[in-house]
Design a protein around this ligand. Structure first.
Ligand code: CA
Ligand code: CA
Length: 312
């Protein structure tokens, strides 16, 4: 019994030290009225019972019950060290379907009023890697009487023809196309108000280059082309004395077209301006090929299966 009393004394001393340490560390986390019935507690935590009247601490064991009239305190056990990382879990279930893809470049599309016969223009993927992205504008005409037209009738209205700091595109053509004529190529076509004295308020300014190499993509600088490959449509620009830059006349370089428009400008109408920008084919020969990377000023237009993407 003496040994037991000594042990209790030792326990109370240890307990007093534990309570003091827990209070300092903020470790006393709960105080509940004791009951006589058994109360399940967390295994491993240390519990004490304190009687507020007698100031006695009477229990120190984790799963025991405090005497009635005393309060029970918990001193949480010290956390252990972090365990090793567990194995990788199984693959989760498939997510819900995503949203439908959206078309880019809402103002670009087939210019139906300029399509004739079986002329066809289609944005699609390309079997020969194009200069930009994975797709291109595919153009087809089945016969000399067909014409295809794809472009933008909204975004360029009113811009000055002379303001086009760069003009170019990349073309994919074939040996079959090239066998039909020396200039069986798709065109860059601007519908413009020429504002030339006496010309009326409409003409097309068309770039019609010589054939590029078959079965490969070729980048063409239309503005810098030193060959006379630009021409204006309409009777006014194709009759003497204004046929210099006529599409059915001798044709011009782009610099010569600008010089002609400036020299013959009607000041009352302002400078020549754009209505539309288009890629066209025909009417001239059967053709099956493609265009990509249209350059206009400081912007490049990437033709792709889901639209036209402009980058500066
Ligand atoms: Ca492309
Ligand atoms: Ca005009």
């Amino acid at each position: 019994m003496r040994f037991a009393r000594n042990r209790w004394t030792t326990r109370r001393m240890v307990l007093a030290a534990a309570v003091a340490g827990a209070v300092v560390a903020g470790g006393l986390t709960s105080a509940v009225a004791a009951t006589r019935g058994p109360t399940p507690e967390l295994i491993g935590d240390l519990f004490i019972c304190v009687n507020n009247s007698s100031k006695l601490m009477t229990q120190v064991w984790s799963t025991t019950v405090c005497p009635k009239g005393s309060f029970k305190y918990v001193i949480p056990k010290k956390s252990g060290s972090t365990g090793a990382q567990g194995p990788t879990g199984a693959t989760g279930v498939a997510g819900a379907p995503g949203k439908d893809a959206t078309y880019s470049g809402a103002h670009w599309g087939v210019v139906h009023r300029n399509v004739i016969g079986n002329g066809d223009a289609e944005l699609a993927s390309s079997t020969v890697p194009p200069p930009l992205g994975v797709g291109a504008l595919n153009l087809r005409t089945g016969a000399p009487g067909d014409k295809a037209a794809f472009g933008n009738e909204t975004d360029f209205v009113g811009q000055k023809v002379s303001g086009l700091s760069a003009i170019g595109y990349s073309v994919f053509t074939t040996g079959e196309n090239n066998a039909l004529a020396a200039n069986n190529m798709p065109s860059i076509s601007f519908e413009i108000d020429p504002n030339v004295t006496g010309s009326g308020n409409y003409a097309s300014l068309v770039y019609a280059p010589d054939n590029s190499t078959a079965n490969t993509w070729t980048t063409i600088d239309a503005k810098g082309d030193t060959g006379k490959h630009w021409g204006l449509t309409g009777g006014f620009f194709n009759a003497v004395p204004d046929s210099t830059c006529g599409l059915n006349g001798s044709r011009c370089t782009f610099a010569e077209v600008l010089a002609y428009l400036a020299a013959n400008n009607d000041p009352s109408q302002g400078a020549a301006t754009l209505f539309t920008v288009q890629i066209t084919k025909g009417r001239d020969f059967a053709f099956s090929g493609a265009v990509d990377a249209l350059v206009l000023g400081d912007t490049t237009y990437d033709f792709e299966p889901l639209g036209v993407y402009a980058t500066k």
